[in-house]
Design a protein around this ligand. Structure first.
Ligand code: AMP
Length: 187
């Protein structure tokens, strides 16, 4: 089963994705984590992505689709993947669809974690104190929210048209939201 988690930064995709991956026995793949790791290790991908990420902009579609192809070529991805924030633009959604179709697969569900801007701002402020991520500083957060609004949110209609979108009200305890996720997936 292939599942995409969508939502603004700080919506809880990472937390819920980890729980879901464990309960379904599937790998979780987050482009944000992969890119941060590449930056930390100073790989060519990291050197290419670093400035763009730190400013809060989106990394180019071709780079993202390249890492998606590599990930899906791994044997552990054969039964499905929990894609955490992996698709953030329409061209990425189109590319992902092509890659999955070539494997005889499709995105079975898209879970949209719905949270207000105000809730996101206070969550990211708290996260910044804990994780010290460069892109959680106020200027980068503003850019990330703008990128989300302009480039990622049009995907909601794109997936809605394909009948795969499920909305999860994402305010509440981790357990409450996990229960909504299970319900949305009929589990
Ligand atoms: P995240 O950890 O999900 O907040 O992602 C951190 C940063 O990685 C984002 O602000 C982007 O710069 C970059 N990134 C992660 N996933 C993508 C994607 N699918 N498309 C473009 N940029 C991405």
């Amino acid at each position: 089963m292939d599942i995409l988690l969508m939502g603004p930064p700080g919506a809880g995709k990472g937390t819920q994705g980890a729980l879901l991956a464990e309960s379904l026995g599937l790998p979780k793949f987050a482009t944000g984590d992969l890119l941060r790791d590449a930056v930390k290790r100073g790989t060519p991908l990291g050197l290419q992505a670093r400035a763009v990420m730190e400013a809060g902009h989106l990394v180019g579609d071709e780079i993202i689709l390249g890492v998606v192809r590599d990930e899906l070529a791994k044997p552990e991805a054969a039964k499905g993947v929990i894609f955490d924030g992996v698709v953030r633009t329409i061209p990425q959604a189109e590319g992902m669809e092509r890659i999955l179709t070539d494997k005889g697969r499709a995105m079975d569900a898209v879970l949209f974690f719905d949270v207000t801007d105000q809730e996101i701002l206070s969550r990211l402020e708290r996260r910044r104190a804990v994780e010290q991520r460069a892109d959680d500083d106020p200027a980068a957060v503003a850019t990330r929210l703008e990128a989300y609004r302009d480039q990622t949110s049009p995907l909601l209609a794109w997936y809605e048209a394909r009948k795969s979108l499920r909305r999860i009200p994402a305010v509440g305890t981790v357990a409450e939201i996990a229960a909504r996720v299970r319900q949305a997936l009929g589990r």
